[in-house]
Every structure is written in structure tokens, then in C-alpha cells.
Design a protein around this ligand. Sequence first.
Ligand SMILES: *Cc1c(COP(=O)(O)O)cnc(C)c1O
Length: 823
Amino acid sequence: MAHFKDNITADSLAERALFHLKYSRGKDLRSATTFDKMMCFSHVVRDMAVDGFIATQRQYLDTDVRRVNYLSMEYLIGKMLANNVVALGIVNESREALKQLDITVEEILELDVEAGLGNGGLGRLAACYLDSLATMELPAYGYGIRYEHGIFRQEFENGWQKERPDEWLALGYPWELVRPEYTLPVCVYGRVKKNFQPGKGASDVWEDFQVFEAVPFDVPIIGYGVNTVNMLRLWKSQPAEGFRLDVFNQGDYVRAVEEKNWAENVSKVLYPSDYTYAGKELRLIQEYFLASCSVRDIIRRYRKTHSDFTKFAEKNVVQLNDTHPTLAIVELMRVLHDEERIPWDKAWEITTSTFCYTNHTLLAEALEKWTVDLLQRVLPRHMQIIFEINHRFLQKVEINHPGEGELMRKVSLIEEGAHKQVRMANLCVIGSSKVNGVSALHSELLKTETMPEFDKVYPGKFTNVTNGITHRRWLIKANPELSELISDQIGEEWMKDLSKLEGFQDAASKRTVQKRFMEIKRAKKVELCETIKELTGYLVSPDSVFDVQIKRLHMYKRQLLKAMHIIHLYNTIKKNPKATVQSKTFIFAAKAAPAYLIAKSVIKLINTMAEVINNDVDVAGRLKVVFLPDYNVSLAEKIIPAADISEQISTAGLEASGTGNMKLSLNGALTVGTWDGANIEIAQHVGEDNIFIFGNRTEDLAVLRRKGYNPWSYVDKSEDLQAVLEAIRDNIFDRTQPDLFKDLYNEVTEHGDFYFYLADYEEYIKCNEEVDKLYAKPSKWAEKAILNVARMGWFSSDRSIQDYCNDIWYLERTPVDMTADIL
Ligand SMILES: *Cc1c(COP(=O)(O)O)cnc(C)c1O
């Protein structure tokens, strides 16, 4: 099949780049900055994407395909240029073309813009899934919000996290296409009036609302080695044109400006708390903004080829990435019932056949519950619809489960109490045809522990799709050296189909391959040493073991447990400076939610430890601790290929899946992890001999909780643990501030150690000793690391998406024909 990159040469790329330099940037080669060159080259790549994009959209329209619409409040995309060049297969041509612009690929890639429209795993998953959907030639649309400020930039001031606004749009974003012609009005506030029409009965009319607007910005998502270019449509809020006029006509200038600001604020900033729910009014409006615009955009597209809604659910599936876009369910009901006059039961059938829901966490603090008061005020008609959905649902439950009051109370959309609340997860379950968790363990716990009543009411609705990662970004792009080694051994088929990676297993025992693998690992470590020096000033050795924990900072993820291990090693050396300890560099990177004070204390502790340990003459360089600031996708791409050890040490039952664990294992890091989330499936795939599993399992912790867990019982029997805890309690790292970390000490002792740090401490220390023993046998280590790489094929997001297609979406491949006349 013809491909839209056919006939692309280095010369034609250079020619187009010079064209854009002149007519998009208004520069000649002499005055052009590196940034100009990055922008104009990005435009060249975007032009190619646009050719595919137009052909793709036309193909979908002409064949009236079934489409998936992925709704997510977050997309943690990272930089796009390098990935797009790889996807289009123009790496060598680009390298040559850029020479003609007197610049290297590396120089311009460094200036590419990081799109950080997400907090962590959930947003990164959405980005990996878009990549897989396009590459697998599936008709897909991503919907999200074009936040003016994505996840904050993290700096350290005296070891403390300081948040700075992310200004990713300040110099222009080369990948987006604005579509003012698809602008939509959005309504909030107001009241509902009963309207009586003779002969037609009563209807509910939402009136006196305030209006603002949503403008879509489209980002092309280029499939790897295929013609498919899908779109990510991001909505930006703005004041409504007509509305502004109204106010001006009343002569109330100040109010006009206030209202204008209010509308602009809706897409102003990403909420930076990961897995915690704050109940803020502006956040509710943000969620409705995404839900409403996306639903109505899907309807507009459907209407191009359909005159009624009978085939709506056949032609569309809407996947909700967590409960954040739940209001889409209610919005579709409102449009179908109130605006399209479709009878309730029919509208509900269409709605529930259209939606599917992915649950991402069992943490109680993450559960979205909006108060009835707030919903009533912001979205009065939606609140009515929710009550009606609940009423009809509970009537049915009553018929099928008579007398089960407790069950009724649990499945109700409304949580009774002083302040009635709407449970968004319940609304998702009731309004969807399928509900999935994100790893085998998580899906099981969701079904049996968190929502067993719903499993009873809807047998068969709950299912699992284990998360995945795109190997195009996380191996081919991030680690071209390892990719080349793999291809030398087994050919290049694996790049298209990661399950083929298993062929690489045979190489694991070969000394020559082991040697090359370790050389590559060392080269990536040398590169990271340079980055560490730039970011922290610390000099670390590529000959030490790189022990990596990179993820959002959260007490359940237990960065503090890693810190306790480091303190244990430090104490060992201070007691006996001649003790043999494996030379190690501990690498952390993590942002804490700005209001999550105890998490911020963990950052301060690790930075404080770093300063002392890295300069201690007794340590003599054997231990180094670095906390790299501003963890984001680009930094992850630098750290992951250099990692020897991957720390995945969450409290069992609390990490829904994890995806960082997959990226690291795929790059040949050995996992030290608990029996949690996808760690379990990683262990099953790479083999339990090739992973370090330690600690209490979910069922063990359930027993401890039932018996009444007492952290002191572990303190009493371990002098080592006592010393570690005292180091934190008394802040031995900075005697001038002895009380600095009292809260951390209390967290794991006085306050009950909710996340079981002390229950897992001893096994964790022992497990790390096993790691050191293995590292002393380089050939064995290399073999296991290679086996990790070779056996991670199943964790490609292509496999996850295939699972979604088979079990949830029933979606088919739609290859795009480029030979058809574009005009
Ligand atoms: C993969 C990734 C995450 C998720 O990491 P976990 O270890 O699964 O929590 C978070 N942030 C970034 C930048 C990532 O690339």
C-alpha cells in the first residue's frame, strides 16, 4: 500500500524546512535560532502528518466505521518530534536534512516542547494508548483539555519542593491545529423550569444558565509505519462572543471583565493532585466542560451520516479514563432525552450501550463524590437526571434483590448523610456496558472487595485489561542502542509486534550478548551521569549500581521505605567504615501534590540525606543519593535505559497496576517489588527467578489489619530498625533542625503506619542483600536482565488495546488508503 512518506528525501525535507523557516518563522538561515529550526522542522513533520490525517478522517467518514472515543482529563504526552520522526520512518532523511540547516538532530530535539497535560501514570497510559490505537490502524479519537498550564515545574529550594507554572504554550506549540469552526457553547448554573405544552405533557427546561465556549485544538497522532493519523482533540475555554455583548450592552464593564476571566479559567490549569479528590467547583466545571464538548462533538460527527440515533451505539464507543469524565453519561442522556426528545428508556439503552469505564484506583481518598448541593447549583438539570437514573435503577434492583437493604444502600448513586453526595464511580458502573480494572489483582479486588454488590447486580460486567506501554517511545526511541542489539540478534520484526521479542531469550545466556548488553547499560549510565551533574551538581559513577525509584510521590508508593534502606546502609558504614557495601547510586525523581505536606517532607528528607551522604568521608563515594528535579516524560526517557534496579515497592493492594515497572523491566532493569498491581504479572512473565519479590501480600495485610496491626512490635525486636527510625526522628542529617522529620517518624509509628512500612522493612533489607549477591555475578545478572527484556513483550500497549478491542470495544482495523485522490 502506498505510504504518505513515499518520495520523501533528505533534500525534499530540507527544502520544506527552509520554506517554513522563511514563511512560518519569517527568518533566513543566518538569523535563525535553534528554536526557529526546531519549529520549522516540526512544521515539516506536521505537514506530512496532515496528509495522513486528512486521508484517515476521510476513510472513517466514507466507510462509516465504528469508532472509539477515549475521554481523559489527562494526557501525559511528553515531547513529540522524535517519536513522529520514528513513526514516519524518516530518521535518516531527517538527520541529513538538518545538516543542510547547519544543526544536529540532538540539538533541535532538546528544544522540543514537553506536553505535560497529566499527573502521572493515568495520563501517560492515555498517551500510550493513543499511540497504539493509531499504529494498529483503529478508528479512534482522544478527547481532553488544552490546559494553559500543565503539571507544574518542580524546583528545589533548600531541599524543599517549590512549584512553578508550566509555560508550555509560551513560545507556540507546533503540533496543534486550531479549529474555531467547531467551537461549541457550554452552559452552567441556572435553574430548571417545568414546561407544560398542551397535548405533549410536561418537559424540563434548563434556563438562565451562563454560557461560555469551547474551541478545539487537534494534535495529530501518527501511527508507526502505517498511514493512519488519528486525532487528539483538546478543548480550550473562552468567553462566549454573544454573552460578552449582552453585558457590555448593560454598561456593566467591570462585571463583563470578571465574567470573561471566569470563562478563561476553566481550561487554565491542570489540577496537580494525583489520586486525591478535593471537590473544587472549578474542577467540576472542568470535568463537565470535557464531558459536554466531547459528547456533542461525537454526536455532530455521527449526524453527518445518520438521521436518527438508532445506530449511535453501534457506531460509537466512549471509554471513560477513570471517573473524571463521568458527566458525559449524564450529558448524553440530557441531549438524547431533552433535546432529541427520545423517550427515557430508549435514551438510557443507547447511553449504557455506548459507555465503558476504566477504574484506576481503590484508594478511598481518590473516590470522586460531588455534593448534591454543588451539582444542583452548577448543573441543575444534570442533577435531576442523576436522581431519575438512580430512582429507576433502584426500582429494578428492588425487584431482583428484594429485601436487600444493605445492597441497595451500597449501589445507590446517592450517599446519604448531612451532605448528600453523588458517587461518580457508581454512576459509571450503572451507565456503562463494561467496567475494567488495570491489572489482574486490581480487577479482582475491584470485583470482590470494593464493588461486590455491583458484581452481584451486573454479573459479567466487570473485566480486566492489564495496562501496557508503547515500546516505540520506551524502547525504540529511548534506547536505540539496546534496540539495535535486539535487532542484531532476532531481526526487526519485534518493532512491529513486540510479542516477537521472546526470540531474544535465546541470546540471554550468550557471553557476547551479555557483554554487549552490559556495555550498552554502562553507556546509558554515562549519559545519565552527565544529566545528574547538570541537574544536581553531584558526580556519580557509572560503575555503581543505579537503583531507581521514579514515580509520583505518594505515601502508598513508599519512597520513604527506600530512604529507610539507604539510612540502614549509611548506619552500617558509620558503625564500621570498613564494612563491604556494594557501591550504589540511588536515583529518585517525583513530584508531590502541592498540598500533600507529608509527601513534601519525604522529598526534603531525601535531599537532606543526599547532602550528607554524598559528602561523607567515611562513605567515600560508595553511596550516592540524588533526587532529580521536575520528573516528566523526557526525564523518564533518560533515566529508564540507565537503570539497573527498578523499585516498585508499593503497599500490596494499593498500586492498581503501575506502568513505570514495565518501562524499566523492558529496558533490562531488575525489579525489586511487592506482590502488587502489574508486578505480579511481570513476575509471571519474566519468571520468579528473574525478579526480586518481597513483603506482605494483600491477603497478609488483611490479616494484620483484622488482628490489629501494631508497628511498635517490629521496632521492639530490631535494633537496626530502631536506629533507622531514630535517624529520622532526630534528623541526624541536620542537627540544627532536629524536629524536621518528626511527622515522618510519627507516620510510621504513633499514627499507626497505615501503609505498613515497618511490616515490610526487614524483608526489604534482606531482599536488597540478595540483589547485591546477584550483582556480584555479572554474567548471571546480565542473563536475568536480558530475560527481563525478552519476556516483556506482553506488556506492550498494543496488547492492551487488542484486549480492549476483543472484550470491550469490538472494534476493527481500518487501514487507510493513501492512493485515493486527496483533493
Ligand atoms: C510511566 C510514568 C509514570 C507512572 O509511573 P508509575 O511508576 O507506574 O507510577 C509517571 N510519570 C511519568 C512521567 C511516567 O513516564
